[in-house]
Design a protein around this ligand. Structure first.
Ligand code: BT5
Length: 324
């Protein structure tokens, strides 16, 4: 039954929005025209919007806004990113789940999603608000052979991939604020959290958590976030299919990650700089050891932020919150 469903969805995906005739479907699935109709009705019940036209057949007008494994898998153009999907209705944190899967040997590219997180986390044990069914709360498992000090580069790489995907799907132009924020009109749209499992022999796995505000309305945010957070829906004024956005993110990520593994950080660095807002501006970097004021002049080859201070030195900032 589920195989038939999968074949049917794949046929629609290959048709790319065009009609697939009832005859082709019944040949493909080896079932009667009446059975085809029944499968179509089942898809409708799951939230697919389908059009049926005599002598032309059926076509998909829209997919349900669900990030169930199928909705992400059908039409996904990657080789390994998202080929293994773990989908939870409710999770404490997808980071935690991804860590345990990684420790058990999950392959590179495994992605964990949750419709809701009850203990979503940011950096330095801050929390990440992750209400049900509205955002993309996902963690990706990677296994790059790179030294521990290069892993912050992957945060920057992820930010570029997400910006590119949002641009493709929505036409919006978000910007990156070093190191891990994607912003729109001065408000935070996306947060990224990179965590490691490493031993003396090097990196075992990198878990990249992405929190993407997609279909929240302003009232879905708690009071304290309303002035500092935004969503794709608020900016674009229409809702976005999350599964489609995920597919674009995974595709762009895989493309950049392959470039990165083959050619190093410089191609990513160029793109990152093109999307960054914090460069060539006066900033205050608040680190655990105090604040650094000055002009952000760039990032170095490790992805470290370089700040030209008022007394003429260049300070390297490894981790901080940036105020512009
Ligand atoms: C981050 O931390 O921006 C990283 C967020 C990573 C979240 C993802 S969701 C999937 C995966 N599973 C997890 O448990 N986490 C990852 P940081 O730079 O520390 O920013 C945290 C701060 O952002 C908070 O202190 C709030 O001020 C603000 N914030 C919290 N929720 C937000 C939201 N939904 N949208 C915008 N800002 C938010």
């Amino acid at each position: 039954q589920s195989l038939i469903r999968k074949q049917l969805l794949e046929a629609f995906s290959e048709a790319e929005g065009n009609f697939v005739s009832g005859q082709i479907i019944s040949d493909l699935l080896g079932c009667s025209r009446t059975a085809v109709w029944k499968h179509i009705e089942d898809l409708r019940k799951e939230g697919y919007e389908l059009e049926a036209v005599r002598r032309k057949g059926y076509r998909i007008l829209s997919k349900p806004d669900s990030i169930s494994g199928d909705a992400v898998a059908i039409g996904l153009k990657t080789r390994y990113m998202g080929r293994q999907i773990v989908h939870e209705q409710s999770a404490g944190s997808t980071q935690k789940i991804a860590h345990s899967f990684a420790a058990e040997g999950a392959p590179e590219g495994t992605v964990v999603f949750a419709e809701e997180q009850t203990e979503g986390r940011g950096r330095m044990s801050r929390s990440w608000h992750s209400p049900k069914g509205t955002g993309i709360w996902m963690s990706m498992i990677l296994r790059p052979s790179i030294p521990v000090n290069k892993t912050p580069q992957l945060t920057l790489l992820t930010a570029v991939a997400i910006v590119q995907a949002i641009e493709e799907v929505t036409g919006l132009h978000p910007v990156i604020k070093w190191p891990n924020d994607i912003m729109m009109n001065g408000k935070k749209l996306v947060g990224i959290l990179t965590e490691l499992q490493a031993e003396a022999d090097g990196v075992h796995s990198v878990i990249i958590g992405c929190g993407i505000n997609v279909n929240q309305q302003i009232n879905d945010f708690p009071e304290e976030l309303r002035n500092i957070a935004t969503s794709v829906m608020i900016e674009k004024k229409e809702s976005i299919n999350r599964a489609l956005l995920i597919q674009h993110i995974l595709f762009r990520f895989e493309e950049l990650y392959e470039q990165y593994l083959q050619h190093g950080f410089s191609p990513v660095k160029l793109l990152w700089e093109a999307y960054a807002i914090s460069l060539n501006r006066q900033i205050i970097a608040r680190t655990l050891h105090g604040s650094v004021k000055g002009k952000a002049v760039g990032i170095d080859d490790d992805g470290v932020l370089l700040v030209h201070t008022y007394d003429g030195r260049i300070e390297k900032i490894y981790s901080a919150d940036i105020e512009i």
